[in-house]
Write a protein that binds this ligand. Sequence first.
Ligand code: B12
Ligand code: SF4
Ligand code: SF4
Length: 257
Amino acid sequence: MKETIRRFALDLGVDDVGFVSARDYASPQSPPLDTIFPGARSLVVLAYGELDSCDSPDSHVAMNGRMDLMEFSRSCNYKVSRHLQRTFGARAMTVPVSYPMEMKEETKGAVGQVSLRHAAVTAGLGAFGSHNIVVHPRLGSRVVFSAVLSDLDLSTDPALEKNPCTECGLCVRECPAGALGEPGRTDLMKCIRNSQPYGLGGAIRFWSRFGEAAAAERKAMLKDSHFWRLYQAGHIGPQYFCFKCMSVCPVGRAATA
Ligand code: B12
Ligand code: SF4
Ligand code: SF4
């Protein structure tokens, strides 16, 4: 069954596929799978290589590459789910690349319903690198994941034998926010301020200031590019302005070509 599913996903254009039994999935912060999908027994984890857009000095071009990937991943998630339903009579639910996710003060809107890094590592699709994201043996750090939860009893794939991260330290040195200084922990606020300046925090700061501003200042604020970028983010969803820790990593640089 696993090989049929793997073949189906690879034929869609997914770069790699791994399996995790629900018994083996654990994340320090994300909720138990049963609270999302009572009766969930496994995850199919799908890996996608980033486009070279993530190297662009133009952050809009970089983000557009991610949006292409996210759209493709939605289609793959849906098609794999339908495959599980039609071919194996399974119940299936999808896990998105990023959003939607629970948004509340307690988690700073930074905990996914399913932790895709932990799922990917358990599925043998990679290992945590010095940047605290997953390095895939072939795709390197330029890899993004989605997943399909189902009630199929699928066994966990073997873990990677060797971590592809060489600990060269480039990602830590090049992080513009200095968010990777402490091993094993990303400084959430440092990263988020730099990588999502027009995210929730940016919007709260803008609208708080707007609420207290006089009429003339409000007019000026609405003409400022800061507001225009917030407005755009409101339409397209989260806009990442930094891909540095992924793009500088030398592992697997030839593989996505
Ligand atoms: C919220 C979120 C963020 C937040 C918060 C990140 C965070 N602290 O978890 C912010 C906005 C800061 C963020 C930033 C980025 N993100 Co983000 N993010 C997510 C999201 C939606 C949820 C993450 C989550 O649930 N975190 C809560 C728990 C799991 O986090 P935690 O317990 O603090 O996890 C820590 C431990 O695992 C620890 N750790 C370190 N080493 C080891 C080793 C072992 C063995 C273990 C068990 C744990 C461990 O490091 C983690 C981070 O501090 C996921 C998608 C998803 N649903 O999983 C994407 C995701 C993690 N993000 C991703 C990416 C690519 C990015 C960015 C590069 C931005 C960008 N341009 O895309 C940066 C990278 C930041 C970095 N170097 O850490 C990818 C990572 C892909 C990969 N190759 O691993 C994911 C998986 C999205 C995807 N679908 O692929 N992200
Ligand atoms: S996304 Fe940018 S700011 Fe965040 S950890 Fe990576 S390099 Fe640092
Ligand atoms: S840049 Fe170097 S230290 Fe960072 S993840 Fe890649 S190999 Fe590891």
